[in-house]
Structure formats: structure tokens, C-alpha cells
Design a protein around this ligand. Structure first.
Ligand code: SER
Length: 312
């Protein structure tokens, strides 16, 4: 992994991945692409619609990356509102990238999967790597299908594709968009700016979550691990912490005692209800040594101090 290209690089994960990867590889070796322009960046940037195959080909030809981190996607909440686009974007663009790898235009692929691959029939707690997967969202269906395609391309053509089932991701550097777990970021901004927050999930809805710093480290560790260690070519379970809005609010109150939370569940509640509360990632730990660092206490403390600085 010497020269990488990131799609969806202006999104929540892309922004932070580009920053961290640039520290490792140098800015010139981290090409960022998106359909919107970055606010400011030191990385080479190309406007790329990942559904435009010719545009892909010219960007690959111009920069010759060895690895693609294909992050462009529609998330769970947006996906339910625009199922056709979610399916087309999430699926067709992945198939392009896997084909580019098969044709040896690139050597390695990272593609994000999600806890959304699980559904109401999946065990609720400590979901094992191999389990029942009957997702009920378009996003989840596209991620599960994508996982099967990744494994198929590996088995059939030896494509070095690697993937993680991200939980809800929480960071202070970039904003989430269109997800069901987004409340866990918005809550910090509202707590600090207005002292109150109305949550779109009910108080006891526990979901798997992770600090963005851990998620980026997991992504880069997975991609740097020797190929022989990567024995799962669909996608690895990845776990950090698990908490409900009420538990998060209580942790925030330790720092901001006057903070008030109210609950007004909307259509995202049923999406959250279909997902597990916690994940078992022991397979990732044993194959490539994964271990998370942030617990709820550490995450809350860091989010509050970083966001306070950012908005002051
Ligand atoms: N954070 C994502 C979402 O809520 C899950 O992968 O859609």
C-alpha cells in the first residue's frame, strides 16, 4: 500500500482516513475523490461520480493507485428514502472496483460493510462473526450482497479485498450524514451549544458504536496486515462499545450537569430496532490482532473537549 485512492473522501470516514493515511504515505500518495469538493485539502483531488466507469478509468490511469478505499455510499436512513439510488450506488460502484482489481488495474481494495447486514432474526447481543443475516433495510441488503461479492471475487480471482462491518462511528473531525447512528455525534454539538438534545431514537435503544479514531486505526491495520492473516474475505465483525441514548446522555451529564435529553423516535427507530445491540469481534482479534481503545467514558471526555474547542 504505497499510493491510495479514496472515494467518498469528503464523508465522515473519508475525511479522517485521508488525514491519517497522509501521515503514513504523504499527501501526494493519498488521492481523494468525491462528488463534492473538499473545503480545503493538501491531497490531490478529483471530482468522481463512482457510477461513471469512464471517469473511474481516467482517474486510475492518471494517478495509478495500488489500493482503493471505496467509501462512497448511501447510508441506512437515506437509503430507505431513496432505495433505488442506494442499491445502484452501493452495488454497481463496488462491482466496478472489484472488476478493476480483477483486471489488475489496482492491487488491493477496502470496502466498508456495516452492522446493518444483521437483522431482527440475528441474535441481539454479542453477535458472532457467522450468524443469521436477514437485513431489512436497503442499505443492509446492499451491504450483505456486497460482502458476498467481495468473497466471490477473492475465491474466484484472488482479488485482495478486505472489509469491516463498522458499528456507528463517533468522531469530532467530521460530520456523519444519513445514518441511524448519527444521533451519537449530533448529541455532543447540541449539548455544548444549547444544553439540550431531542433524540430520534428511544432512550433504551442500545447499538454497537465506536470512536472514529479506533475505526480508522482498524481500517489501516486491516489493510496493512499480511494477506495470509486475512481469512475472512466477506467482512469482519468490528466492535468498540455498546450504549443506549440514555447511557450516553448520563455520561455527558457527568461533564455538563444541566444537559437535558428528550426522545422523539422517528422512522429511524425501526431501523435501529432491527440491528444488534453488541458485536463479538474476537475473530478480528485473533486473525489480525484487533483491539479497541476507547470506552464510553474516554470517548465522551474526548468528544466534549474536542468539540468545545472546535465551536469556541
Ligand atoms: N452508521 C451506519 C448507519 O447508521 C451504520 O453502518 O447507517
Amino acid at each position: 500500500m504505497n499510493k491510495i485512492l479514496i472515494t467518498g473522501a469528503c464523508g465522515q470516514i473519508g475525511t479522517e482516513l485521508a488525514e491519517k493515511a497522509s501521515e503514513l504515505l504523504g499527501h501526494d500518495n493519498v488521492v481523494i475523490t468525491d462528488i463534492r469538493k473538499p473545503v480545503n485539502t493538501r491531497n490531490p483531488f478529483e471530482e468522481l461520480d463512482v457510477l461513471d466507469k469512464n471517469a473511474w478509468l481516467s482517474v486510475l490511469d492518471k494517478y495509478q493507485p495500488d489500493t482503493v478505499f471505496h467509501l462512497a455510499a448511501l447510508l441506512s436512513a437515506t437509503g430507505e428514502k431513496n432505495p433505488e439510488l442506494a442499491w445502484k450506488l452501493n452495488m454497481n460502484s463496488l462491482l466496478y472496483v472489484l472488476e478493476f482489481a480483477r483486471e489488475k488495474k489496482i492491487k488491493k481494495v477496502f470496502w466498508p460493510s456495516s452492522i446493518a447486514v444483521f437483522g431482527p432474526t440475528t441474535p441481539k447481543y454479542n453477535v458472532p462473526q457467522h450468524t443469521i443475516m436477514e437485513p431489512t433495510t436497503v442499505y443492509g441488503i446492499s451491504k450483505l450482497a456486497g460482502e458476498r461479492w467481495c468473497e466471490w471475487y477473492f475465491n474466484k480471482f484472488g482479488v485482495d479485498v478486505r472489509s469491516l462491518r463498522y458499528p456507528g462511528l463517533i468522531g469530532w473531525k467530521s460530520d456523519p450524514g444519513g445514518g441511524t447512528t448519527d444521533y451519537a455525534v449530533h448529541i455532543f454539538y447540541e449539548a455544548l451549544k444549547n444544553g439540550k438534545y431531542t433524540c430520534f431514537l428511544s432512550e433504551d435503544t442500545a447499538l454497537p458504536m465506536m470512536c472514529m479514531e479506533d475505526a480508522i486505526r482498524a481500517t489501516l491495520e486491516l489493510m496493512q496486515a499480511p494477506a495470509a492473516n486475512i481469512k475472512i474475505r466477506s467482512s469482519y465483525n468490528l466492535a468498540g462499545i455498546s450504549f443506549s441514548p440514555k447511557e450516553l446522555a448520563n455520561e455527558i451529564k457527568k461533564h455538563l450537569p444541566g444537559f437535558i435529553i428528550q426522545y422523539q423516535p422517528d422512522f429511524r427507530q425501526s431501523i435501529a430496532d432491527s440491528w444488534p445491540a453488541s458485536i463479538d469481534d474476537s475473530v478480528a482479534s485473533s486473525h489480525w490482532g484487533w483491539k479497541h481503545k476507547y470506552d464510553l467514558e474516554k470517548l465522551t471526555k474526548r468528544m466534549i473537549s474536542e468539540i468545545r474547542l472546535k465551536i469556541s
